[in-house]
Ligand binder design. Structure first.
Ligand code: GDD
Length: 327
């Protein structure tokens, strides 16, 4: 029986990965922050199932700051695969709470690697790196060789963690994979990330539950994909015989304005009357030109994304309409 441990299991990626691994017959363990119980909504349908919870799925309270508990859980479970997804993940917020961002994303990864390094049979480790490590890159699209140039505390923390994973892989021979993940979205995305914010607003305006949507820089561009495709990529990356880094991306840029147009059209609403800029939401130091080249993952892992941009936004808007109507 294969045993997986997921840090950040209550998040968007963690919940999809949990479902994916359970469907593959894994026993799944997840770490839950003591303060994040309210966020378990993404897993509710699984852990309320008596056939699953306590049998093939187990959640454990553990903050990444708590090395003793982390060590105890990892030693007891002895996972064959560890997916490290936890950490403060909002780029804009990382300017406001820089120290706790660095602590969870950078130092949290260091703590985890220090524990793994001492194990007699270390698990294979997947580290969720981010396109934010590239910040304002000199070349586009970026690939596994592109130099890191982060422009915010979150990106700098991810750059540290990514490089540390490379160092531990080389120095200690641990099987560690960095998945350099570009933006990936779903109806389970946190509501303060831009695609979810827009899709939810489009649905709410359509249902006359909201009148206005305030955004920051709508000319900003990102490489947006479907979270379920990226979670499958995480698993594929860990099954590969050698530990390497992989970029997971679509290779296509869209602007925030494109998301607005697509989402409002799907909801049947004219954005002109409802969408306004709020200067407080501008980041100042904006990452630019973040578009990834997934050729290596496609060639080496056979990774293939199944959803395009229009399909993604359609799915998200329809999910919001269904959710709001059900309330
Ligand atoms: N959140 C937010 N809210 N972003 C806005 C808004 C707004 O009102 N208006 C414009 N934007 C712009 C941001 O400035 C950014 O250029 C873009 O929309 C996307 O912002 P987010 O959805 O917050 O995502 P992100 O690109 O900053 O970061 C996400 O993707 C990274 C992978 O590249 C996060 O998931 C990171 O954790 C992840 O590493």
């Amino acid at each position: 029986m294969r045993v997986a441990l997921i840090t950040g299991i209550t998040g968007q990626d963690g919940s999809y990965l949990c479902e994916f691994l359970l469907s593959k017959g894994y026993v799944v363990h997840g770490l839950v922050r003591r303060t994040s119980s309210i966020e378990r909504s993404r897993l509710r349908h699984i852990y309320r199932n008596p056939e699953v919870y306590g049998k093939t799925l187990q959640l454990h309270y553990c903050d990444l700051e708590d090395a003793t508990t982390l060590r105890r859980i990892i030693t007891k479970i002895s996972p064959s695969e560890l997916y490290h997804l936890a950490g403060q993940s909002h780029v804009g917020l990382s300017f406001e709470i820089a120290e706790s961002t660095v602590d969870s994303v950078a130092v949290g990864t260091l703590r985890l690697l220090e524990i793994i390094r001492d194990l007699s049979a270390p698990p294979r480790v997947f580290h969720a790196a981010s396109s934010e490590i590239f910040g304002r890159p000199l070349s586009m699209p970026q690939d596994e060789q592109t130099p890191m140039a982060p422009v915010n505390p979150y990106g700098a923390s991810k750059a540290f963690a990514t490089q540390l994973c490379r160092i531990y892989r080389e120095k200690y021979g641990i099987h560690i994979v960095n998945g350099i993940l570009y933006n990936h979205e779903s109806p389970r995305r946190g509501e303060n990330f831009v695609t979810r914010k827009i899709c939810r607003a489009a649905a709410a305006i359509r249902l006359c539950l909201q009148d206005e949507l305030l955004l920051g820089d709508t000319s900003a561009q990102r490489d947006w994909g479907d979270a379920r495709d990226y979670v499958r990529g995480m698993w594929q990356a860990l099954q590969h015989a050698t530990a390497e880094d992989f970029v997971f991306a679509t290779g296509i840029l869209h602007s925030v304005r494109d998301v607005v147009d697509r989402a409002f059209s799907e909801a049947g609403v004219d954005p002109g009357r409802h969408v306004h800029q709020d200067d407080r939401l501008l980041r100042g130091a904006e990452s630019t030109s973040l578009v990834g080249n997934p050729a290596k993952a496609e060639r080496v892992l056979g990774w293939k994304r199944e959803t395009d941009f229009d399909g993604l936004i359609r799915w998200m808007v329809q999910a919001e309409l269904a959710d709001l109507k059900a309330r």
